[in-house]
Design a protein around this ligand. Sequence first.
Ligand code: GLC
Length: 441
Amino acid sequence: MRDLENLFSVTPEDIRRILRDFHSEMQKGLAGSDSSLKMIPSFVDRPTGTETGRFIALDLGGTHFRVLIVELDGKGHPAVVASGLSVVEKAYMEGTADGLFDFLAARIDDLFAENGIDRSAHFDVAFTFSFPVDQTGVASGRLIQWTKGFTTRGVMGKDVVKLLTEALARKGLTGLRVAALANDTVGTLVEKSYTDKDCDIGVVLGTGTNACYVEKLSNISKWKGGSSTGRMIVNMEWGNFNRLKRNRYDIDLDHESPNPGHQYLEKMVSGMYLGEISRRVIRDLMESDFLFRGADGKNRFAGKGSFETERMSLIQSDGSKDLTTVEQFLRDLGIHRSTLCDRQWLKKVCDLVSTRAATVSAAAIAAVITWMDPDLASQHTVAVDGALFEKYPGFGDKMKAVLVDLLHENASQIKMELSKDGSGKGAAIIAAVAASAMPKR
Ligand code: GLC
């Protein structure tokens, strides 16, 4: 137990080091020097709240693709008037560019058909594409690197708005104009800041993890353009932060991932990986005959990817004395006999892995806020989206506890707020702002 606790510990000294290293990587990223934080200018600032109209928002960022029709009333209330959600099959995640983008166009076509909207209808479109993109304009950007298990061929280095526009044309959706390309964190920040003027950081803690924040243009020394407000939202791509203490499980998982050498923080924190880290620990505990001694010889934790983060969530929410939900889960897995001690161990492993994730994400948030406001002189709302924060038992509370330990009474200046599905609505707001500067149609 002590060994495992050591492997997954994040000490107060580690947290302070994360803050320092974040600041130095942020500085380098903003200057355009080599850094694990790409610090990508998003070409947008926070909205005013007066934007109006109906927009299509597309959201591709992981296992699902969402299409939303969003209505903005000019009074700060984005409303979703219609929506469609589909699973992105492995065949698209690992196939060709045309295959993936034709799939997206087909889902828009389906939503139009369901709602009696003509295929040639005119709409401005916001494309939330939640991968590292080298943004070249508000509605253009090239994919730098796939993350979160995507390996689709023919997209890296290409302008994803162009790929989407071509697919829309192939489908006959000729009235659609892509007015904005946004990262999900940027959409999340924009949506929350529509009603909360203190919101200056957007965080996603879901399949992947990332953050964006509002930066002074004068600090973005690599940025050559202007902006009317003197500020711009910067997409950090913090999932790629690499100055972290990694253990043998992190190292093995990275080696076997489709993007070795990348996304170290994401691989320690996000929903795509926590189950897999825990599985590797449990597998080893079984192999050394420490867990489930009464089970048949078969190691049910041997299969890569077979233990999802949702399972950890279920296991950790079992508050019964005998851990009956955990017992049932083990039975379903084929482990018919387990002792209470086995089940407590299983729960403990989930706790260690998820507590480290919550601690590292809180440290990262503290790093960003102390970069913007070293003395914590102002209030900061952190808009957070993603299932880990929303659903994982105790995750948000652990994050808050880390902030209090680190910042003491100044932690009360920070408010973390769930922004459920904010990224789609936020992207529609960005499209509204961008479209107002485009030729009328
Ligand atoms: C990955 C992507 C990033 C996205 C995050 C959350 O880290 O690279 O762009 O914001 O996942 O979805």
